[in-house]
Write a new protein. Structure first.
Length: 286
């Protein structure tokens, strides 16, 4: 008999099935359930006939579904007493808070989470998961959770996990979408890639292009020096970028939105300040 903690995985899409397979490989007795039958084939886990049966099989339940509404539906008849649910599904922070109350009202404990790698990265070096909620519950099951990746507990507010998760997805999406736009503008992703790679690396380092460090300090201090490169200059440059995409016959949704943000900051009196002053526009949506 395995000495590893038993785990139930609810939801066997690409994420959930990889989690289940990873738990099995690590020696955890694993029970699985999915709304569509047949997804458990080949995982090495024990399939449950119902979600309630799956929950009953383990004290620890890991959920990977499309959203929290799926959990409400799937576990409506399950006995959650004494169970700790780690829900790694996506939803809004407020819905995670309401879900925590819903689970508590049924005798269980909900810890919310956001896993920060695609399915092939689960359990691999560099994998990590944001967790929020009961610190005691996370600590009690940390060894089990570490099978999926590094455990980063970001606070007791259940909404915090999704705030961090969505924040990181926003950086991921907007960075790569900007690359799609730029590669299309120059006509070759392969020719642009080494320049983009160098820029992304330089942004995170300590040289003159190390803007992640520089702008972090400015955001934390609330000071936005613009002597070397003020917002007015960048607003003009952003309009030039829109013109370049327009002249090439391309979509301008993203460059247009960037230009509009610069223009709004300039009009609001931040033209002499630096790039980090754009945060004032983020805090005051139009």
């Amino acid at each position: 008999m395995s000495s590893r903690e038993a785990v139930t995985v609810i939801g066997l899409g690409s994420m959930g099935s990889t989690m289940a397979r990873t738990f099995v490989a690590a020696g955890h007795p694993t029970t699985v359930w999915n709304r569509t039958p047949g997804k458990a084939d080949g995982l090495g886990a024990v399939p449950a006939a119902t979600a309630a049966e799956a929950v009953a099989a383990s004290k620890v339940v890991v959920i990977s579904q499309v959203d929290y509404g799926a959990m409400f539906e799937s576990l409506a008849d399950a006995d959650l007493r004494g169970r700790v649910l780690f829900n790694l599904s996506s939803d809004s922070p407020d819905r995670l808070r309401k879900a925590t109350e819903w689970v508590a009202g049924r005798g269980g404990t909900l810890v919310t989470g956001g896993i920060m790698v695609p399915p092939p990265g689960i359990g691999q070096p560099g994998s990590y998961v944001f967790y929020a909620g009961s610190e005691q519950a996370v600590a009690a099951h940390q060894a089990t959770l570490e099978v999926l990746g590094r455990v980063d507990h970001v606070g007791t507010d259940p909404g915090q996990a999704m705030l961090y998760y969505q924040a990181m997805l926003n950086i991921f999406w907007t960075t790569l979408i900007s690359y799609f736009y730029s590669a299309t503008l120059v006509g070759s992703a392969e020719k642009l890639r080494p320049y983009a790679a160098t820029m992304l690396t330089d942004l995170t380092e300590d040289g003159p292009m190390g803007f992640l460090r520089i702008l972090t300090a400015e955001l934390e201090s609330g000071e936005h020096p613009g002597a070397e490169n003020n917002l007015h200059m960048q607003a003009v440059g952003a309009e030039h970028a829109v013109q370049a995409f327009t002249e090439a016959g391309l979509d301008v949704t993203v460059p247009g939105a960037v230009a509009a943000l610069f223009a709004r900051a300039d009009a609001a009196g931040y033209g002499a300040d630096g790039l980090s002053a754009l945060v004032e526009m983020v805090r005051k949506p139009s």
